[in-house]
Design a binder for this molecule. Sequence first.
Ligand code: AMP
Ligand code: MN
Ligand code: MN
Length: 328
Amino acid sequence: MAKGKQATVDDAAALLRRAESVLILCHQKPDGDTLGSGFALRLALCALGKQVRIACPDGFPERYAFLYPEGFAPEKQPEFDPELVVAADVADPKLLGAVGVQWDGRIGLCIDHHPSNTRYAEWLLLDPDAASTTQIMAKVIPQMGVPLTREIALPLYTGLATDTGCFRYSNVTPAALRLGADLIETGIDSFMVNKRMFETKSRGRVELEQLVLGTLEYHYGGQFAIAVIASADAERTGVPEADMDGIPALPRQIEGVEIAATLKQKGPEQFRVSMRGSARFNVSEICGRLGGGGHPRAAGCTLNGTLAAVKSRLVEVVAPDFERLGNG
Ligand code: AMP
Ligand code: MN
Ligand code: MN
């Protein structure tokens, strides 16, 4: 299978229309965008009478239950050998975990907005200017001949709102705002989505934030901040991973911080790094040097080693970036 052929919206819609059975894949540690894209596409394919299954290596978190169809049970979905496997918002097959290994070389279409996409699928519909993958889905679905109903608008809005930090981040464009308006016009309860995603925290989450903020340390005169989500703290507060969304954005709010790295402990000597940066840095490129990727202002990678070793590796790896700006 030739890989990474560039697909247009028309190509993607034609591939989806042609397939009678489709498997949709969402990335691990699922967020509103991968789930919103997946469930919107699922609805569109069901409307066309296709067989559809959706899978995520980390399952479907309770936090996004409002996106799932009533009575949705992942294990009760139809079993079939899919004609087309589609990945939504998945920059790298590594982010599909075991599911990616299972479907390795068989992913026919990837719809994504990460500039660092590794072009692992046969066809890639990539729009790095889209604020969310759901923004691209909002073009593909009508091209498939399915109108953007209120039902489909809800997951599309969720992805757009979550990937833009509720329309605040630098990826917000006039097109993103116009799409938000169009989706709200269908009659969705956008306030419910915003309230759940941005205005609600469990007590455990508030306690976890306190613990994480207690780990903050600064380098390069306060321009580089490192925070840690230790396994023990996550366990003690009982916060599931899906409810940790937004924690990596906290250290970036601190005045003077240009790059923030939040280290989520995965094992005694393994950390998933969530990096957030200001306009002066490209954290996708920095994470790329460490085997990861993402967006210019929000990216990630996974590092092995003790906490101390991982921290010094990070301090070392951003050194040239601060030196380049004459701040080293
Ligand atoms: P996170 O810090 O996990 O919220 O990730 C920030 C952004 O970077 C998201 O768009 C992720 O999909 C992307 N990302 C995180 N880790 C990786 C990785 N190892 N490779 C490629 N992209 C990643
Ligand atoms: Mn995502
Ligand atoms: Mn996304």
